[in-house]
Design a protein around this ligand. Sequence first.
Ligand code: 6PG
Ligand code: NI
Length: 188
Amino acid sequence: EYKKPLGVDIDLETGVIPGAQKLVRRLSSLKGYFLDEKAYNELLREDPVVYEVYAIEQEENDGDLNFATTVLYPGKVGKEFFFTKGHSHAKADRAEIYYGIRGKGGMLLQTPEGKAEWIPMGPGTVVYVPPYWAHRTVNTGNEPFIFLAVYPADAGHDYGSIAEKGFSKIVIEENGEVKVVNNPRWKK
Ligand code: 6PG
Ligand code: NI
């Protein structure tokens, strides 16, 4: 009746977790997420893979843990760097830990009131995502940005509010520099 312990080796080059469930998110699944609609529609002809998730998940029991790697590819839509959809947890008070494996990027976090923070990430960075903060990762480099996430098995995902309103800050490239600036389309 006890569950069986598990040890797996993440491929640190590719981010693949052997035996994990693979999810692929192409640009077409991110309609409405990027500011520059013209650039979005142009890139849509190729419909590149923006990110992949390799997850090992348990039944939604209180106290159990899931983990997943994300492989977020380099790229931009207009000035905006490729990012994950971003979500809060369906059980909003569930926290999460991220651990950077490869590449360069960061995390945008946001309270339900719209206060945003940016945390740069690289290999070895640990990010604590507190309860209630929505979170999105961004690849600001030119190789895949790969990280591990560990989250409660009953956390779930709520994409609604971010899909509708986005984050109050966006991450762009301007004059060859990475900038975190106010989202001109943001309204509370
Ligand atoms: C989670 C994690 C993480 C995340 C992926 C993809 O709660 O499961 O935050 O595994 O889901 O990085 O990001 P999106 O879920 O926002 O598409
Ligand atoms: Ni999460």
